[in-house]
Write a protein of this length. Sequence first.
Length: 319
Amino acid sequence: MTDFPTPQRIATNGIEISVHLAGPETGQALLLVHGWPELAYSWKNQISVLANAGYRVIAPDLRGFGGSDCPGGVDAYDIDTMIADLTGLLDALGHDKAVWIGHDWGGIITWHAAMLAADRFDGVIGVNTPHLPRGAQPPTEAFREIGGEDHYILRFQEPGYAEGVFEGKEDEFFAFIFGSPPKIGKLEDYFPDITHIPAQFERFNGRPEKRIVVKPEDRAVYAEAYRKTGFAPGINLYRNFDANWQRMGGVDHRLSLPCLMISAELDFMLPPKLAGWMPALCKDSEFAVIEGCGHWTMWEAPDELNAYLLEWLERRFPA
């Protein structure tokens, strides 16, 4: 289940991105889109399972991550650019459409792409990240109300701050960020401090391995990648939250393509209740919740996630 294909560098949208390909070239295309602070490697436990089922699996490192190019500047990471990288990748690989599967920021990009580039989709799967309506206020204002000025997304707006906290401590950072989730029923007790990621990390003194959901050898892959790229490129995604919100004004958020939403019971940032909007937005939608699972679903519950992916894909988009 853990075979991980060697990457290729492919030109798209004026840059080169690192892409892992698996499965028969003639199979139904699946585009796996990772989040922050992750990599295509985050799909390690899904790629071979999907490929062995006959699907053509395409798992890129997003721009700014891993083996992909890391352009400078916040504007290089706005939503239109991120989508153009991925549609250009499909072009380069000869695919008109794919089923897009996105987790965390990859889910944000995927749901936005489903609105802005619907002709490049067969279907869409959100892992933890639901499709949401456009809020009435800029996202940074909403995050300030949730967590105050120390909310990590607000602190991420400050050039140089968060990357300065994380860089040089990559091994410690991934032991911190991949911690096991709070237990059900206690989530409310952790707010707002649980949203203060940089401040929490500055106080972090390690934790037992049993409280980390990613094994040391896998965390080492992340740490090595971020020692090379730094954290700033990926954090630039967050620095486009308000600009992306402005961009989506007037865009129809209703989707008619087939949608599957897989939530995780213990994801405190993206709880299952957020998917409550989706029946009003998605004409063809199905839902699942993985119990006892936190934010890092691909690592915490790979068998359960793979089962939900395959059941829906084989029914709706046979390989």
